[in-house]
Design a protein around this ligand. Sequence first.
Ligand code: F6P
Length: 358
Amino acid sequence: MLRIGFLTSGGDCQALNAAMRGVFKCINNNAKEPVEFYGFEDGYKGLIYGKFHMLTGKDFKGILTRGGTILGTSRVPFKTIREPDENGLDKVKAMKQTYYKLQLDCLVMGGGNGSTKTANLLSQEGLNVVTLPKTIDNDLWGTDMTFGFQSAVDIATKCVDDIHTTASSHGRVFIVEIMGHKVGWLPLNAGIAGGADIILIPEIPYDIKKVVEAIEERDRSGSRFTVIVVAEGAISKEDAKLSKKEFKKKRAASKFPSVSYEVADAIMKATGREVRVTVPGHTQRGGAPDPYDRVFATRLGAEAGRLILRKEYGYMVGYRNREIVKVPLSEVAGKLKTVDPKAEIIKEAKLIGISFGD
Ligand code: F6P
């Protein structure tokens, strides 16, 4: 008998279900022995508090195209994982107990950065773990691409596209704030795909004077409007000099709900132009996976299934140089994949006149 547990952790994204379906189908079709599947509810909480249910073929039917996660998810920050819960429960011990009680052969975890750190910890504690790289942020080290990312690029791009008509009618400056947490992959790609004039990402701190110059240059060339994509983690050159603590304090005291509103205010003051901010927010994580992510997550799922059947544990299934690869969890955990400001894509964007405010 083979016993496999599934859990999804952290912010959800498109194609989590498609990935789990890939694992299930691969194992179900190829295992030489009977298999039991268990689903832990709401991420690591399900493993800690023993909240799970058995999964059968029925649970995996019709979920290739379904967004979100059939298991539910939650955030259990890695930095608190070694701290006892409010009732004094040792979370790591509790997770191990659940795993051993169910006599699991492997735990499959779909998650991003923090969740992969916890998966690595469990692997170091002796559990068999295989992880699937999910996140719209695409910031997971060890894989060129995460699933959810392309679907989010589609949604964010549609938003940048649609803003153009209203920006043009009113001759306004429009800011679209795009998710991505501390990195710029999503804003960069949606910005280029949507034809943004200015893109501000965390990896390239901006100078507001340069942003204003780029707007004025467009005005001079006869363009009635400017579309700016601002990453939710964008940061000014000035703020980039602050310590983490100082920056957090400054942000907390700011009257602006996010960096986009701060940029908008500065542009209004400097140019007297009408500026509007649009925040698509969590819609970027919502809805059905696009075809790319359906294929990608299915492939990663099948390869994760293959690893489990070969009893190869302690890996994230990743994608490097157009090939699906297994990456040791110890290599992935704790690293962030950021956009290199000197990358070709940045140079090419600059060649076609996109300003990064630097
Ligand atoms: O990690 C995915 C993500 O959507 C980030 O882009 C964003 O910063 C964050 O999650 C939002 O988190 P929450 O869903 O907890 O508001």
